[in-house]
Write a protein that binds this ligand. Structure first.
Ligand code: GEK
Length: 241
């Protein structure tokens, strides 16, 4: 796996973070060293797929990047006649996703779609995964997207949402941010890399509170919403229809 050294050298100006070729090349290393608990979310996406994916239904991986969540689902689905629709609007990410998935023999058909997840239609979904993707959608468009997903799901279906989150309490929020940066430092990122990446992603990744996520999911119609995971300021929820 190529090492992420994108922000290693000092830049006079740090531009906005984008999911381009350079990022796609090192993305596996970047997300593993930057997102506390990322591997745990993938493992449990597999567990959830084994239990919740229904026969003759569709699964969606929205913001699939290199296909890690798609792979977790594909390797654990026990239901028959299912398909996975994996969507990302970054062509560079989807190209590498295609290459990586080709290395596995998977019995579930996978449709890779290069599109904005705000423009696609969702239907007969028993499992929808947004593993660290909603945070990149403009805040004022998140309610509509979650409603569209809810409407495209079948009864008993689940939506998995993993996100970086913020806390209302300033001291608690600062603690989590400090610990996240300590986590990155432990994983080999320098102070310069951490601060340049922080500037690049500031207006691109907009975190919300856990209460906001919970309220949005209930408002969309989900009968049950459980936060099943947290590691510092990163969490994952399962919403059941
Ligand atoms: C994983 N889920 O490994 N439409 C489509 N894709 C989008 C959009 C959009 N509007 N906005 C962002 N993306 C993956 C990790 S990464 C998380 C997801 C991170 C895509 C973007 O191109 C990128 O590939 C992905 O969402 C977010 O389980 O980088 O922290």
């Amino acid at each position: 796996m190529a090492r992420d050294d994108i922000y290693q050298d000092e830049r006079s100006t740090v531009g906005k973070f984008t999911f381009d070729e350079q990022v796609a090349d090192v993305f596996g290393d970047m997300i593993n060293r930057s997102v506390p608990g990322y591997a745990a979310t993938l493992k449990q996406i597999g567990t959830l797929a084994a239990h919740y994916v229904q026969d003759e239904s569709a699964c969606y991986d929205l913001g699939c990047s290199l296909g890690a969540s798609t792979l977790a689902m594909a390797q654990h689905i026990r239901a028959s006649n299912c398909e996975i629709i994996a969507v990302d609007n970054a062509e560079a990410m989807l190209d590498r996703c295609r290459q990586q998935l080709a290395e596995y023999e998977l019995s579930v058909p996978i449709d890779l779609v290069c599109a904005d997840i705000r423009d696609i239609s969702i239907s007969r979904a028993s499992m929808v995964v947004m593993n660290f993707t909603l945070q990149f959608i403009p805040v004022d468009e998140r309610d509509a997207l979650i409603k569209t997903i809810y409407q495209g799901m079948i009864p008993g279906g689940i939506l998995v949402i993993s996100e970086k989150f913020k806390l209302d309490d300033a001291d608690a929020d600062a603690f989590m941010i400090d610990m996240h940066h300590a986590f990155k430092k432990e994983n080999g990122y320098s102070d310069l890399e951490i601060s340049q990446k922080r500037s690049a992603i500031e207006d691109v990744l907009i975190p919300e509170t856990i209460d906001t996520h919970h309220g949005r999911l209930r408002e969309a119609g989900f009968a049950h919403v459980e936060q099943w995971f947290q590691c510092f300021n990163f969490m994952s929820m399962v919403a059941r229809k």
